[in-house]
Design a protein around this ligand. Structure first.
Ligand code: ADP
Ligand code: AMP
Length: 220
């Protein structure tokens, strides 16, 4: 079975929702650059101060900032059996950085990695994003329309009050789609050419996508 999973797809396509399930099932870390950057912003670190302006505008944070965050995370011992990347790489430049980082590990990109592309039309995604709520404590993701918590605004798992991400407003979400088309969409061809890309129809219920994901992951 593959050990490195690279989840690709537009904002709101359901990567984080499925990554959490797969990370639990395979007992490997879920590495989500968006959350790592938001944590740095919350803690007011030098890196967070740089990243904030980019995130608020729906742009990508500078490659050197994100690559450093990812490299530090991937080289931690808990990644030795594999890991899932959600939100990285997000440009060809970042993909080349990832190739270099993986060369410093015991993994081989072509042999050990699988890129999973979440195929979905952008039209439905704005509604998904503005209705997304997440738990600041355990990270569980909800949706007020498609996947609501049992008690409005509170996490089913740990009871914490759910939050709305600052960049999940319509204006910033639209900017994020423009960034996605320009910077991130070319990764589809990059990983296809490497022969490590599989895709799934992400415009279906969460449980159906999970079944397809397991088929893809376990057939490998
Ligand atoms: P991404 O990580 O790709 O940005 P998320 O997993 O955070 O996407 O999902 C975005 C929003 O859409 C969340 O509110 C989530 O609950 C909801 N969502 C995820 N998958 C589906 C789905 N298959 N159908 C409907 N809503 C979904
Ligand atoms: P996400 O949580 O994946 O939706 O990411 C939220 C925001 O964090 C993005 O719109 C970017 O501004 C920033 N971000 C996340 N991942 C990256 C990355 N790999 N490279 C640059 N910026 C990123």
């Amino acid at each position: 079975m593959k050990k490195i999973f690279i989840f690709l797809g537009p904002p709101g396509s359901g990567k984080g929702t499925q990554t959490s399930r797969l990370a639990d099932k395979l007992s490997i870390p879920h590495i989500d650059t968006g959350s790592l950057l938001r944590k740095n912003i919350e803690e007011n670190t030098p890196l967070g101060i740089i990243a904030k302006g980019f995130i608020d505008k729906g742009n990508l944070a500078p490659v050197e900032v994100v690559a450093k965050v990812i490299e530090d995370r991937i080289l931690k011992p808990d990644c030795a059996n594999g890991f899932i990347l959600d939100g990285f790489p997000r440009s060809l430049e970042q993909a080349y950085e990832l190739d270099k980082i993986i060369e410093h590990t015991s993994f081989d990109l072509k042999k050990d990695a699988l890129a999973v592309y979440f195929d979905i039309d952008n039209d439905v995604l704005i509604q998904r994003l503005i209705n997304r709520r997440s738990c600041p404590k355990c990270g569980t993701i909800y949706n007020l329309l498609s996947n609501p918590p049992k008690i409005m605004d509170y996490c089913d798992i740990c009871d914490s009050k759910l939050t709305l991400r600052k960049d999940d407003n319509e204006e910033t979400a639209r900017a994020r789609f423009v960034t996605y088309e320009k910077e991130t969409a070319p990764l589809y061809d990059y990983y296809k050419q490497l022969g490590i890309l599989k895709e799934l129809d992400a415009d279906r219920p969460i449980s159906d996508i999970w079944e397809s994901l397991k088929e893809i992951v376990f057939e490998e």
